[in-house]
Ligand binder design. Sequence first.
Ligand code: UD1
Ligand code: UDP
Length: 382
Amino acid sequence: MKTIKVMTVFGTRPEAIKMAPLVHELERTDGVESIVCVTAQHRQMLDQVMDIFHLKADYDLDIMQPRQTLATITTKSLVGLDEVLDEAKPDIVLVHGDTSTTFAGALAAFYHKIPVGHVEAGLRTFDKYSPFPEEMNRKLTGQIAELHFAPTERNRKNLAAEGITKGVIVCGNTVVDAIHSTVNPDFVFRDDTLNQLDYENRRVILVTAHRRENYGEAMEHIMRALRRLADDFEDIDIVYPVHLSPYVRETAAKYLSGHERIHLIEPLAVDEMHNLMGRSYMVMTDSGGLQEEAPSLGKPVLVLRRETERPEAIEAGTVRLAGVEEDTIYSMACTLLRDENEYHQMAHAVNPYGDGHTSRRIVHMIRHYFGQLPDLPDEFRP
Ligand code: UD1
Ligand code: UDP
């Protein structure tokens, strides 16, 4: 049996979290050699994840710059990957999701005529400027990829509508594989602010916000709504681990600092994040990953965006789209804080994004593609 050289390429925090279970699955599979290349589009936030999941990079392009532009991320990744692919000569390159690293990774592999596997394929809002630039990154990556690992049936249909029907499997999202390994009822936080919160008698609202298309007015609306909530509800604590983007940090500090019930803290390691989510009352976020994780933990989510490419949890009733207007965000949060029925309707665990076995399915499909495994399980057929 010829060994398959599989190179995973990632660069940001969410890609690393969602690639980690897959890298581990590749590492323990006979007949597969796993190679990891990080662009380090994120530096500190990537390293946090690498440490927690014990991931080691074989190649590290170390491209991050403060206030980097989309063009510098893409060009530095592309040039760096060109050399890495020349040297490592993988049989397949796996990229994840929709970041600039994802697109540059797929394009670099294409220039070397190396097949690409796209993990988390087929998510769409159908608005090329929202999320920006992610919608275009994932569409372009979908055009390049040979294998498409779609989390849900809806994602498969989105690909089919673009004429992509070959090499597609519906396999869930690896984020559910990841959360299975981190959440633990006896977990003790390393961040002392989190140990001191009274999760029994008070209500913790977990907040994150970082999206580029929300920079400016939308982000200011979000921050003002959060401050009003903290002012008006004495029994809530808002915990906001602030993304390292200087723009996000400046805006969060301007609107939210100096309030005794708003805790602006440093980005959390992923195990702390998942366990904090598990103990929170609800989540308010513009993050893609949090929208997928919170439903698994039965936590209501208000999405701080105009649209979402993840409508499955809205249909399942655990996520609501709150938009980016201060008054709407405030009043939707008030409903969940005041009306127990409304809250309990949303607070139930659902798993539209996977069952925790996604990585195993992806590795099976890769081995099938290279002829190591003749059969495809029935569950892979549309
Ligand atoms: C990127 C992705 C976005 C993803 C998000 C996850 C693109 C274009 N955007 O957005 O899809 O949702 O990551 O968080 O690919 N910074 C640090 N240290 C870090 C990370 C970031 O200092 O560890 C600062 C730097 O100043 C950097 C800035 O944050 O220039 C923005 O990082 P960047 O990767 O460009 O954008 P994100 O908003 O993080
Ligand atoms: N996350 C984390 N620490 C934090 C904030 C988020 O570990 O302080 C995790 C979160 O649980 C999820 C992922 O990072 O798994 C989401 O990343 P982010 O919101 O940065 O990006 P997105 O998912 O929107 O692309």
